[in-house]
Design a protein around this ligand. Structure first.
Ligand code: MG
Length: 309
């Protein structure tokens, strides 16, 4: 009798803890996105302002502590360690087709690439001879082109040189840097749909929404309509999963939208998240960087992979 009571009590405790981690808008979709009993876990804390998570081929997570001027690394075995310091106040991180780390540097005012042997080279640092402001986030398309945002959050009193806060496409073959959108307040996170026909770009400035562009095979961008608005805080980092859902960081944690822009679920965190990324041994763990802490939650989703060309 006592055993039954305690088992029931324990089950109730686990399920209420789990339910408190989410606000479910669509129960059927929620079950497709998260395993039963999925629970948000805090993996590390005590940092200053964390951003830019990226799962590495070596089986660990790299992310940025921007004000600490440090790239951190985390894995279940080694816990929290320093990956690189100083980091030129790196913000967003991603991998290129060769698995090399690309970083958007506030301090360096550039997008850099870390070569396999560890040296860093500049990918892009100026537009028409003017220094970029503070590249924020970066993604790579299957054709090798590098797409990034350049709001002015990280200027830290230094003069702004470019004429605006643009979204850019950089072609490593021609070295040509092309603005693809000039009408953002603060362009921030970006991600491609699984077939790369769509590019989503977050505006973390006044609009607090995510816009969607149609991308032609030659890289030309059209459209730019509002895809979804975030109602708590701002959309900062965003990721697309293999089913075309858009996962956005937000003031309450994260918000997940279906490809039509419908809100499916909120992942609730005690701190506002600035970015997120899938990783882990099976690629189904969602890592969230939120102010002073790193969080994770198991999902049934995986990040959209670049289509094979
Ligand atoms: Mg960002």
């Amino acid at each position: 009798m006592i055993r039954t009571t305690s088992t029931v009590f324990l089950a109730a405790l686990v399920s209420s803890a789990s339910a408190a981690d989410f606000e479910v808008k669509d129960e059927a979709q929620f079950k497709k996105m998260f395993p039963a009993g999925a629970k948000v876990e805090r993996l590390a804390t005590g940092m200053q302002f964390v951003e830019g998570p990226q799962w590495m081929p070596g089986g660990f997570l790299v992310f940025s502590d921007i004000p600490a001027n440090e790239l951190k690394r985390w894995d279940a075995k080694g816990g929290l360690q320093t990956f690189r310091k100083p980091s030129q106040n790196t913000n967003g991180n991603t991998l290129d087709r060769e698995g090399r780390l690309l970083s958007a540097e506030h301090g360096g005012r550039r997008v850099s690439r870390t070569e396999k042997e560890g040296t860093q080279v500049t990918v892009a640092d100026s537009f028409e001879g003017k220094k970029l402001s503070s590249p924020n986030d970066v993604v790579v398309k299957s054709d090798g082109t590098i797409w990034f945002t350049d709001p002015d959050y990280g200027l830290a009193g230094r003069p702004k040189e470019t004429p605006g806060n643009f979204v850019y496409r950089f072609d490593p073959a021609s070295k040509f840097l092309t603005p693809i959108a000039k009408d953002f307040d603060k362009p921030n996170g970006l991600c491609f749909s699984p077939d790369e026909s769509r590019l989503y770009v977050a505006d973390s400035g006044k609009p607090r929404h995510i816009r969607v562009f149609n991308i032609a095979r030659d890289g030309a961008a059209t459209g730019g309509d509002v895809f979804a608005a975030v109602d708590k805080g701002v959309p900062d980092g965003i990721r697309c999963d293999s089913k075309g859902r858009v996962w956005s960081s937000s003031g309450d944690g994260a918000q997940v939208f279906d490809p039509s822009g419908q809100l499916l679920v909120r992942i609730l965190l005690p701190e506002a998240a600035a970015n997120l990324a899938f990783g882990g041994p099976k690629g189904r763990t969602l890592y969230l960087t939120a102010r002073k802490s790193l969080y994770a939650v198991e999902t049934k989703a995986v990040q959209a992979r670049r289509p094979k060309r």
